[in-house]
Ligand binder design. Structure first.
Ligand SMILES: Nc1ncnc2c1ncn2[C@@H]1O[C@H](COP(=O)(O)OP(=O)(O)O)[C@@H](O)[C@H]1O
Ligand SMILES: [Mg+2]
Length: 257
């Protein structure tokens, strides 16, 4: 059965993806700081809300709501208006970074998957709505959101020093997001760039992964590292960040031909 495609809001990228992201999948957007991950994800949400009439959610671990709203207004994207139209919900999960290590999220006990998951996710939504009684699945399900962004997963994973703990936390978050049926973008800060780049668990475990890079020449390149269930253009292609958002030149190579 052919997967339905979800337009990304970036025309050149839709070309590379043969129509868009596979619906309901989890796509990792990885890259170094300043490569445009937050702008990329916001463009995806804005397109869904304004062009497709979809409901959207942005779960932020890095930015506060006023900062996000203001920054995106710079691209002509009025998320405050979308919020008033019930097409956009901002979840400020930045407080999770300030929760003392041992009390709230804590270290995961061996085999304590349920406990770990409940705590991690509760702590996001405790900070979001004050009740702590909901889950990601329920929260997003109640809203009926079709597009969800978690920016960034690195902001959560730093709490888990051991590789197996990180992997478990990623699995828990992915499982929760997968259950919502929404198409989800999850950002992560790339640790290393170039061919020696380490494949991290969050990339390995996702359905798809997109890499944003700033090359030594200063040029920017986007590459689809993987996209399960669909043919894609896996060559690196140039992109630019403009006052109107991200533009991908899918007909050009990064070598300037
Ligand atoms: N109006 C603009 N025109 C061109 N580039 C911009 C504009 N606004 C922001 N940028 C670029 O966007 C980048 C920041 O994007 P952002 O999505 O916050 O990155 P990330 O989330 O990957 O750290 C910066 O490198 C900045 O140069
Ligand atoms: Mg960012």
């Amino acid at each position: 059965m052919a997967l339905r495609k979800v337009k990304t809001g970036i025309a050149g990228l839709d070309m590379m993806l043969q129509g868009g992201f596979p619906e309901g999948r989890m796509i990792l957007v990885t890259g170094g700081p300043g490569t445009g991950k937050t702008i990329f994800c916001s463009q995806f949400l804005h397109h869904g809300a304004t062009e497709q009439g979809e409901k959207t959610v942005y779960i932020s671990l890095d930015e506060t709501k006023p900062h996000f709203i203001e920054e995106m207004l710079g691209f002509g994207w009025d998320f405050r208006m979308l919020e008033q139209e019930s097409k956009f919900t901002f979840v400020d999960a930045s407080a999770i970074r300030r929760i003392p290590e041992k009390t709230k999220v804590g270290r995961l006990p061996v085999g304590g998957k349920e406990l770990a998951r409940a705590r991690l996710i509760d702590s996001i939504f405790t900070t979001a709505d004050g009740s702590g009684s909901t889950s990601i699945e329920k929260f997003i399900g109640d809203l009926g959101a079709q597009r969800v962004v978690l920016d960034s997963i690195s902001g959560l994973l730093f709490r888990f020093p051991e590789a197996w703990e990180k992997r478990q936390a990623i699995l828990d978050i992915y499982e929760a997001l997968d259950a919502t049926g929404a198409t989800c973008l999850i950002t992560s800060e790339a640790l290393s760039i170039g061919e020696e780049r380490q494949v991290q668990s969050e990339e390995y475990l996702s359905h798809g992964a997109i890499l944003l890079q700033t090359l030594e020449t200063g040029a920017r390149a986007v590459r689809i590292l993987k996209m399960r269930g669909t043919e894609v253009d896996s060559a690196p292609r140039p992109y630019r960040i403009l006052g109107t958002g991200i533009e991908v030149h899918s007909d050009q190579s990064i070598f300037g031909t």
